[in-house]
Design a protein around this ligand. Structure first.
Ligand code: HEM
Ligand SMILES: [Cu+2]
Length: 565
């Protein structure tokens, strides 16, 4: 006998939440934030050790803390939150009940048990193998077991999401095609199935090796398959946070995409080309040929990049069109100046978009070029690049969405709105600076994952003074960003605990049609707004110029690294 299904309609947004889906979203989002907290505390140790003047932790503790920081942040914080987003994009946006809530809770339990098991393994020592856990370096068996349990749970959650789409279709809870935001989530979930399967293909034999059943796992095969998992999981993140950008554009402006069809096509490009692009992680590997590397990274990768650039153009474009319709038509940029910069839902999303494009995107294409990759391979440039994508891009978007969800999903008045207003600026802009100085230090050759760049007399290497300066700035900017992250956690957890309770809105036993509030309509409907966005066009040209200049500078730099005579 299934328990009674109830739906409530949020009086503030017009969104409709089904009871079980709502509880699942809350549980997944809360656990996500707990892992962000743990990962953030660990970041203190990492940053204060890489800051040369501080050099806080001992070597073994540093690698242990770095391993846990990478995994807690990039796997557990991000994926728990993504599961909440998947349930939101299916059950909430399609206004239907969630499929198989019991199995969804099972998925949640598996993920939680897996995440805790993995953390325990790292905490016990002997599993400081980094997030990438390359063989033949071995961790304790429960390190891999934890990851495998978590992955199975995440896979089950994806199937609950697909099941929910089927229910929406069968019960006809929406008209026409699914909204674009849901479509983006569907691409994320499809990629997730591929990703998790690749993870299983490589982590299961590695687990068996750790308990002595399998004799050896080939390191090159490991790296190739691990990156089929590691890279695609980043494409899940991109699909998820871009869906959130579209959602925020709809929520904050009532904006419609400039062309639904183009945006959907761009999401499809991710599915078609991301696996091939994962070759950019193997550019320095001896096992695969140059021709294969170049075809994958210099041709196929650009289709995935093209997709991101389409989104990066059409989302501000959609906002511009919506703002111009409201009468903000003066000059090229009145629409942008008059945007709600004091609303952290919007400011977080926009700081995320600009930072992801300019810092994460441009540096990613540079690094993904086989020849240029040699400049920065295994330097701290690499974490510089990916903090621009996974922190400024994904994490900051999740934060922006949280500010929307606090009253709507959690039904609490946000505590301290003044602090919330400042949070995206403090966190986002200090992260901009953090990644820039990391990339600067990396360009000078400072290695990543290195406990001590002075090599303590073991090796002699003279760094240019600027390398120490940059690493000091990494420390300062990192501490500022951690403060920004702490404020986010304080506001979210504080609002849940002490925020004024808001009314739950009308409850019914049957799903209700889309109500006529602007946010409810825009985020749940289908249609295009047209292309009249001259300001966005200028922004795109600025981006293109920055892109070309930076690319050219690196080729010039490469030519100077070693002389041909
Ligand atoms: C205030 C926030 C953060 C700060 C200050 C910070 C700082 C750092 C630093 C200094 C490193 C070490 C680089 C090295 O020595 O190679 C690092 C590594 C890493 N961080 Fe963060 N981080 C932050 C947030 C995040 C978030 C939100 C994510 C993911 C969503 C993340 C994912 C990672 C990963 C995957 C690594 C690499 C670990 C490895 O090399 O195996 N970080 N972080
Ligand atoms: Cu990649």
């Amino acid at each position: 006998m299934p328990s009674a299904v109830t739906y409530r309609t949020c009086p503030r947004s017009g969104l409709q939440f089904e009871g079980q889906a709502e509880k699942l979203m809350i549980a997944n989002a809360v656990v996500a934030v707990v892992f962000l907290l743990v990962g953030g505390l660990l970041a203190i140790g990492v940053v204060l050790t890489r800051w040369p003047a501080v050099h806080w932790l001992a070597a073994d503790t540093f690698y242990q803390v770095l391993t846990a920081h990478g995994i807690d942040m990039l796997i557990f914080w991000i994926i728990f939150f993504e599961v909440a987003v998947l349930y939101f994009c299916s059950s909430t946006l399609l206004r239907c009940r969630i499929a198989t809530p019991k199995i969804a809770w099972l998925a949640f339990a598996l993920m939680l048990i897996g995440a805790v098991t993995n953390n325990v393994a790292v905490l016990q020592g002997g599993s400081s193998v980094m997030m990438t856990s390359y063989v033949p370096m071995m961790a304790a068996p429960h390190f891999y077991l934890g990851l495998i349990l978590f992955a199975v749970g995440a896979l089950v959650a994806c199937f609950v999401f697909f099941g929910t789409l089927v229910i929406a279709r069968r019960d006809r809870t929406y008209q026409g095609s699914v909204p674009l935001v849901t479509f983006g989530a569907i691409t994320a979930a499809i990629i997730a199935v591929f990703t998790i399967t690749s993870g299983a293909i490589i982590l299961i034999p590695t687990f068996l090796m750790s308990v002595g059943i399998v004799k050896a796992v080939d390191p090159l095969v490991y790296r190739t398959i691990w990156w089929a998992f590691g890279h695609s999981s980043q494409q899940i993140n991109v699909a998820a946070h871009i869906s959130i950008w579209y959602a925020v554009a709809a929520i904050a402006f009532g904006a419609k995409p400039m062309s639904e069809r183009v945006s959907r096509g761009a999401f499809l490009l991710y599915i078609l080309f991301l696996q091939l692009a994962s070759a950019h992680h193997l550019l320095s590997d001896p096992g695969v040929g140059t021709a294969w590397k170049v075809v994958n990274t210099s041709y196929f990768m650009y289709f995935a990049v093209l997709a991101s650039m389409i989104h990066g153009l059409t989302i501000p474009g959609a906002i511009e069109v919506a703002q111009r319709q409201k009468g903000y038509t003066k000059g090229l940029f009145e629409w942008l100046r008059k945007a709600p910069w004091g609303n952290p839902v919007f400011s977080g999303m926009f700081i995320s978009l600009i930072g992801f494009g300019f810092l994460g995107g441009i540096s990613g294409v540079m690094m993904g070029t086989e020849q240029l990759n040699m400049l920065i391979h295994n330097t701290i440039y690499v974490p510089g690049h990916f903090h621009a994508t996974v922190v400024i891009g994904t994490s900051l978007s999740f934060m922006a969405l949280t500010y929307f969800l606090i009253p709507v999903l959690f039904r609490r008045e946000m505590i301290n709105p003044g602090l919330a207003k400042a949070q995206p600026y403090l966190f986002g802009l200090s992260m901009y600076f953090f990644v820039l100085v990391m990339m600067g230090a990396g360009t000078l050759g400072v290695p990543r994952r290195d406990w001590d760049i002075t090599f303590q007399g073991v090796l002699s290497h003279e760094w240019p003074g600027a390398a120490y300066l940059m690493m000091g700035l990494v420390g300062i900017a990192g501490v500022a960003a951690i403060a920004g992250g702490a404020i986010y956690i304080y506001i979210t957890v504080g609002s849940l605990l002490w925020g004024k309770r808001l009314d739950r809105g009308a409850v019914s036993a049957k799903f209700t049609p889309i109500p006529p509030t602007p946010a409810g309509v825009a985020v749940q409907s289908y249609g295009s707004a047209g292309f009249a966005a001259p300001g966005t066009f200028v922004l795109a040209m600025v981006f293109l110029t920055a892109f070309v200049l930076y690319y050219f500078i690196n080729w010039k730099y490469l030519s100077q690294v070693w002389g041909l005579s």
